[in-house]
Design a protein around this ligand. Structure first.
Ligand code: C2E
Ligand code: MG
Ligand code: MG
Length: 646
């Protein structure tokens, strides 16, 4: 019984010895007990058939013997038979879905008492025949009936092993007593045979019971997995779709909310999946807690939840959604770590936004997409214009495919300046998409889409090749930095091959190539990333850590890999003149980088005051509009030539 879900049960159950609870089949969960007890009520036909045959045989022996004792037995048998059928019909009339353990046990005991009473009547009838009848036919009939009945109990009531034992004993123990009293030759052996028969039946019943428990549990699990999410215990997509369809059937207005945790991926990646799971479980519990009685919540996978707000108009939908947002943005205490997060929500309303479950979900998802784009921790109602945005996105995807095929991208180069000498030390290649209808699209406006669709691999490879070919043609031996996307590292072999190919085709000295990665990459699949970075370094390229200080930054990243450069994000530059904390961070990173023999570039220098403050903090290199905007290759070459001339 190791696989049974042990349940503590009620106090009186606790007082039973463990072996008895186990043998009686009570050491199982409430749900499983409900299934097991339900199975003995499952077949009305077998009870009606068994009781009818049993009563008919007892009546037959009365007819053969004619004694009034047999008449009493026959009528008692009939009464118990009728009682059992009534109980069975009563059980089947009501749904037992929500029965608690108490109710289940009450039904179990009722069945138990009536079944044992019926079997005992059959058994006593056998005993009476053995003691009083001279008719060999009656004796064989009675004994055969008792044995036959006993065998059928094992098969029929396998879900209740104690019931089987008691029924078998009630039906044939009286026969054993009869044989002993009768004291004919071999009676003792027959009585012994009967005792052995009972033991074997009890053993078979126990085995059948174990087997049934496992089968029931497995089928419950399959049923559960088909409709529920095993991690949070919430309903899944299938069940939610059915619920929405049912709500549509009821006809009243309602809302469907798509909920997404904003920075879940970062939590999962930094703190591990186990803690990520904890956050999801907490979020699920908070959602459940914030909902009203008719509302329903499901998890659609990852950090996406869907809530059905029943009987709800736009005003209530907004109020409840804000409540949900608030509940999900409370701090999460996970394994001693206090984590802040927020959630975004997209809402669609029935009937105005759609009249089908699929479209309501699709519209809520679209609204969520907009909520995310508008910033985190916010909610959006679905509007028809969102469809336009979706078709825009699809159009952009199509255009991007065409741009990849036709290599319709361009690189601009932004100088990286030695702050002490003012010379352009190297440059960073930044991609642009000159779109025939939309004008030049900056990377921030198309790289996220390229990453979502996987097209960033082709685009990134093009940028690598172009930057290497360009740099190889420059007279100056300046380094060129190329940005790599996290998505490119999901196929490290392809990335390394692309870098190799670009170096090979351009004949660029690998030491002149810098590959910029961001911290978010180090959060993803640490070991594999480190391996890929080591391969890239083995090709001779330098690796820089870009945008340092944003996201889940950790100084430990600096020691994880021998980066050549650390680029401090422009958020610190913006406040360097006004905020002491920013100055401390820049100065600390400069110090650590110096100790680890890494160069430091401070990004986003826009004013002389910022430049002076940054120089004072010990940074050697800077990048920013003050020092030079991203520019065409011809212009950056002039800067390098000026350096050569000097
Ligand atoms: P990044 O690698 O951090 O590049 C620096 C970004 O900051 C550039 O934006 C640059 O124009 C901008 N910038 C430089 N100085 C200043 C300043 O003083 N003030 C302000 N406000 N901004 C400044 P850009 O070119 O729009 O690129 C944005 C991001 O797109 C890049 O950030 C990089 O992460 C990504 N990116 C650019 N090119 C590529 C590429 O070829 N592949 C990949 N995967 N990503 C790229
Ligand atoms: Mg960069
Ligand atoms: Mg940067």
């Amino acid at each position: 019984m190791a696989s049974h879900e042990i349940n503590s049960g009620a106090a009186w159950e606790q007082r039973l010895p463990a072996w008895l609870r186990r043998f009686a089949g009570y050491d199982v969960s409430d749900d499983l007990l409900r299934d097991l007890v339900g199975s003995i009520f499952a077949s009305a036909r077998t009870i009606i058939l068994g009781n009818t045959i049993g009563a008919a045989i007892v009546f037959a022996t009365w007819a053969i013997e004619g004694d009034r004792f047999f008449g009493v037995c026959a009528f008692t048998c009939l009464c118990f038979g009728v009682l059992r059928i009534r109980t069975l019909l009563a059980y089947r009339k009501i749904s037992h879905l929500n029965d608690g353990r108490r109710e289940t046990i009450a039904w179990d005991l009722r069945f138990f008492m009536e079944a044992c009473a019926f079997s005992a009547t059959v058994g006593i009838n056998t005993l009476l025949i053995m003691l009083t009848s001279d008719s060999e036919t009656a004796r064989i009939l009675a004994f055969g009936t008792a044995i036959g009945f006993a065998s059928s109990f094992v098969a029929r009531n396998a879900a209740r092993p104690l019931l089987v034992l008691c029924q078998v004993s009630c039906a044939i123990l009286p026969a054993a007593v009869g044989f002993l009293i009768d004291n004919r030759a071999d009676s003792g052996w027959i009585a012994l045979f009967i005792a052995g028969y009972i033991c074997i039946n009890a053993f078979i019943a126990g085995n059948q019971f174990r087997h049934l428990c496992n089968t029931f549990q497995a089928s419950r699990r399959i049923e559960f997995l088909a409709h529920y999410d095993p991690l949070t215990g919430l309903a899944n997509r299938l069940t939610m779709t059915q619920e929405i369809a049912a709500a549509i059937g009821r006809g009243a207005e309602f809302a469907v909310c798509y909920v997404d945790l904003d920075r879940f991926k970062e939590v999962n990646d930094t703190l591990g999946h186990a803690r990520g799971d904890e956050m999801l479980k907490t979020a699920a519990a908070r959602l459940k807690g914030a909902l009203g009685p008719g509302d329903f919540v499901a998890r659609f996978g990852g950090d996406e939840f869907v809530v059905l707000l029943d009987n709800c108009n736009a005003v209530r939908a907004e109020a409840t959604s804000l409540k949900l947002c608030l509940a999900l943005s409370q701090a999460y205490l996970i394994d001693g770590n206090k984590l802040e997060n927020s959630a975004s929500l997209g809402i669609s309303l029935y009937p105005q936004d759609s009249r089908t479950a699929d479209n309501l979900l699709k519209n809520a998802d679209l609204a969520l997409y907009k909520a995310k784009a508008a910033g985190r921790g916010t909610l959006r109602f679905y509007t028809r214009e969102m469809e336009t945005a979706l078709s825009d996105r699809l159009e952009m995807e199509r255009d991007m495919r065409a741009a990849i095929a036709g290599e319709h991208f361009a690189l601009v180069y932004q100088p990286i300046v030695d702050l002490r000498t003012g010379e352009t030390a190297s440059c960073e290649a930044l991609i642009r998409w000159p779109h025939p209808a939309r004008g030049t699209i900056p990377p921030g406006a198309f790289i996220p889409l390229a990453e979502q669709t996987g097209m960033i691999c082709e685009i990134g490879e093009w940028a690598l090749m172009r930057a290497c070919l360009d740099a190889a043609s420059w007279k100056s031996q300046a380094k060129v930095a190329v940005n790599l996307s996290v998505v490119q590292f999901r196929d490290p072999e392809r990335l390394v091959a692309a870098v190799d190919r670009a170096l090979e085709a351009s004949k660029l000295d690998p030491a002149r190539l810098e590959l910029e990665i961001t911290e978010s990459l180090l959060l993803e699949n640490g070991e594999r990333t480190m391996e890929a970075l080591a391969w890239l370094k083995a090709l001779g390229a330098h690796i820089s850590l870009d945008d340092f200080g944003v996201g889940y930054s950790s100084l430990s990243y600096l020691s994880q890999f021998p980066f050549s450069k650390v680029k401090i994000d422009m958020v610190f530059t913006r406040s360097v003149t006004s905020d002491k904390a920013s100055r401390s961070i820049i100065s600390a990173v400069c110090g650590i980088a110096r100790d680890l023999s890494m160069k430091v570039v401070v990004e986003g220098i826009e004013t002389p005051a910022q430049q002076n403050a940054i120089i004072a903090l010990g940074a050697q290199y800077g990048q920013g509009f003050l020092l030079g905007r991203p520019q065409m290759q011809a212009d950056i070459l002039k800067l390098f030539e000026a350096r050569l001339a000097a």
